[in-house]
Ligand binder design. Structure first.
Ligand SMILES: [Zn+2]
Length: 320
């Protein structure tokens, strides 16, 4: 199944006519398929035959096996591209392509690039050597410097409809139950990749743990049980960091439900009704804030034990 097929087809036609920009800024939400899009377009650019992408020439095959010497993928390490990476990118850009006329450079996670990293790369965006094509993948163009945005052609990938995601997931994971597939569709929010992630084992565990934690918080298990559950993560920083976004999602669901009576993304409506009875509108918003604050603190390396204890304190304070 191909998403954003019309955008892909239009650009393919252009490239076949030889209209190739030196930089494309591919914008779209997390998991919408930006990387896949860049790879498909690289295949068109690098294909050796007339009918691009033929899918069977040496070049097309190398793109498929991720072994093409002229297709370079770079991904933000941590919070931004590191100086060493930027240096490496600039170095490879300055070298002529190995096989053909073009060298394709995909920069993934560009929304995380610091201003310094963007400035360091700006030089190559401004005057790239002949045959250089950049695909700058970003969740939002506002995260890029205007000078970077103005150097590229913007391609927006649209969120996918629930119906399309449902069909995609049923095809990918035919053994999953209706209930699980629906939960994945809800959580996907227009991103097929996010829907897929739902079924990945590690995430499945994180989601289950997050839902259990949400149950402990919102279903009124009592202070003792809440503390034991939360504090059981004191030695499992990675596990806790992995479940936090899903706990945030659950808290967000409750807050939205209390305010607008709308159904959620991770919590089914029956759970929202139960949880919603136990908590006021203001408290639900405060709880969401407390969980987000914990996430932010932990990401800036706050002590896990202290953060968890603080979170427990806040929860009991908010729930009264
Ligand atoms: Zn080909």
């Amino acid at each position: 199944m191909e998403f954003n097929a019309s955008v892909k087809n239009a650009l393919t036609e252009e490239i076949k006519k030889g209209i190739i920009s030196h930089a494309y800024i591919v914008e779209g939400i997390h998991g919408v398929g930006k990387k896949h899009f860049a790879r498909e377009m690289a295949k068109v650019i690098l294909c050796e035959r007339e009918n691009k992408p033929c899918g069977s020439c040496g070049s097309c095959e190398k793109v498929l096996n991720s072994s093409h010497p002229d297709l370079h993928f770079y991904s933000c390490e941590g919070s931004s591209f590191k100086v060493a990476q930027v240096r490496e990118i600039r170095k490879s850009v300055s070298m002529p392509p190995n096989d053909g006329e073009y060298g394709v450079f995909v920069l993934d996670g560009a929304h995380n690039m610091t201003v310094a990293a963007q400035n360091a790369l700006l030089k190559v965006f401004e005057e790239p050597p002949k045959g250089t094509v950049f695909f700058i993948l970003t969740e939002k163009r506002e995260a890029l410097l205007p000078t970077v945005v103005s150097r590229g052609r913007i391609i927006s990938l649209s969120p996918v409809s629930d119906g399309e995601i449902r069909a995609f997931l049923k095809e990918r994971f035919p053994k999953k139950s209706e209930e699980e597939t629906e939960a994945a569709v809800r959580l996907a929010c227009g991103s097929a990749g996010k829907g897929e992630e739902f079924f990945e084992k590690q995430n499945k565990t994180a989601i289950d743990s997050a839902l259990k934690l949400a149950e402990g918080i919102y279903a009124g298990a009592g202070r003792y049980k809440l503390y034991t559950t939360v504090l059981s993560y004191t030695k499992k920083r990675e596990d806790f960091l992995r479940l936090l976004p899903f706990l945030e999602e659950a808290a967000h669901d409750v807050a939205v439900y209390k305010r607008f009576g709308k159904e959620g993304t991770i919590l089914p409506l029956d759970k929202l009704k139960t949880y919603g009875q136990r908590i006021g509108r203001k408290a639900s918003a405060e709880l969401l804030d407390a969980i987000i604050a914990t996430d932010i603190a932990l990401k800036s390396n706050a002590n896990l034990n202290a953060s968890l204890t603080e979170l427990c304190g806040k929860i009991t304070e908010i729930l009264g």
